[in-house]
Design a protein around this ligand. Structure first.
Ligand SMILES: [Zn+2]
Ligand SMILES: [Zn+2]
Length: 290
C-alpha cells in the first residue's frame, strides 16, 4: 500500500526521508531495495559470526566449542566431545548479511545444546535453528512496533532475508509458522510469523490447543491422547497428512530458549518427520553480550 512512499526513500522504521544509494542493480531493478535509513540499519546486529551448529547461538571469540566425535548421525551426537579452540572470530568489519548456514551434521555445539542432547526429548527431536539478527534493544522496539502497534509493513524488512537464510537446508517439503491464540490473533489482527513467512509457500499446519472449541468436542479417548503440557497441535488437515521422512521448516519472530519451536517440532517428529528446521528474525543472546 505504501510502497510508493518507501520507494521515495522513507525509512520503514523511523519514517525519516533518506537518500537510497543508487547502484546499477537497483537501476535495472534487481537490487535489494533499501527499506531502512542508514541510522536505523546500523542498529541492527546481523548474526554473521561463528554459531552453534544446532541452535545458531553466536559464539564468543574465546569460547571453546565442542566437536562431536561421532557426527554421522545428528540424532545421536555423542557426549564427551573433544574440545578445541574456535577457528575463527567474529569480524567486526564483516559485511555478510547471512549467518553461517545450516549444515548436514551439526557437531559444534554451544553449552546449552550439549546439555540438551543429553535429554532424551531433545536428542530424539533436534531442531536446527538460525536467526538473522541479535535481539537487541532496537530489534525489541522494532518488533514491538511490528507486533503490537500493527505496523505490518515492517515484515518486509525480513522476508527475503529469511528466505535466503534457508537456502542451505536443501529439501524442504513444507513450511509452517508458529500460531497465535485466537484471542491474540483477534487483538492483533495478524499473525506476525505468517507475515514474516510471506516469501515461502507456507501452510497453516499448527494450531494452539483448544482453539475453535475443538478440544471440548473431542471424545474422551482422543482428549486423553493429547499431552496436556503442550500448547500446540496439528491442524485437522495436517493430522491427516503423511509426515514420514518429510523435512519441515518452522518460522517465528523471536527465538529465546527454543522451547516453543521444539514443542512444535515434536509434533512432526512424532509423525515420522525426518528433519525439522527453524528460522526467526531475532535471537536472544543475552549471556553472550560483552
Ligand atoms: Zn530510520
Ligand atoms: Zn546451541
Amino acid at each position: 500500500m505504501d510502497t510508493s512512499l518507501n520507494g521515495s526513500g522513507r525509512c520503514l522504521y523511523c519514517h525519516n526521508v533518506f537518500s537510497p544509494e543508487i547502484s546499477w542493480q537497483s537501476f535495472i531493478g534487481i537490487g535489494k531495495k533499501k527499506l531502512l535509513c542508514t541510522i536505523c540499519e546500523s542498529k541492527l546486529e546481523p548474526i554473521n559470526m561463528i554459531c552453534c551448529n544446532m541452535c545458531g547461538r553466536p559464539i564468543k571469540r574465546k569460547e571453546e566449542i565442542s566437536e562431536a566425535t561421532n557426527s554421522k548421525d545428528k540424532h545421536n551426537l555423542t557426549t564427551g566431545a573433544k574440545r578445541r579452540p574456535l577457528m575463527a572470530s567474529p569480524s567486526p568489519t564483516a559485511t555478510i548479511k547471512l549467518p553461517p548456514l545450516f549444515i548436514k551434521s551439526p557437531c559444534h555445539l554451544c553449552f546449552d545444546c550439549q546439555l540438551w542432547k543429553t535429554a532424551p526429548f531433545s536428542s530424539k527431536y533436534p531442531v536446527q535453528h538460525r536467526s538473522l539478527y541479535t535481539y537487541n534493544l532496537f530489534m525489541q522496539e522494532l518488533l514491538t512496533k511490528f507486533k503490537y502497534r500493527g505496523d505490518a509493513k515492517l515484515a518486509d524488512l525480513f522476508t527475503d532475508e529469511l528466505k535466503a537464510l534457508t537456502t542451505s537446508i536443501g529439501r524442504i517439503d513444507c513450511v509452517t509458522v508458529i500460531p497465535l491464540t485466537e484471542e491474540r490473533l483477534w487483538e492483533r489482527g495478524f499473525n506476525q510469523s505468517a507475515l514474516l513467512a510471506q516469501a515461502f509457500p507456507w501452510e497453516q499446519l499448527l494450531q494452539r490447543k483448544g482453539s475453535a472449541g475443538k478440544q471440548s468436542k473431542r471424545g474422551r479417548k482422543s482428549r486423553l491422547a493429547v499431552f496436556h503440557d503442550r500448547i500446540f497441535e496439528l491442524t485437522k488437515e495436517a493430522r491427516e497428512r503423511v509426515w514420514k521422512d518429510k523435512c519441515i521448516l518452522i518460522i517465528d519472530d523471536i527465538y529465546t530458549t527454543g522451547a516453543t519451536i521444539r514443542t512444535a517440532a515434536e509434533l512432526f517428529y512424532r509423525k515420522g518427520a525426518a528433519d525439522v528446521f527453524s528460522v526467526t528474525v531475532a535471537r536472544a543472546v543475552g549471556q553472550f553480550k560483552k
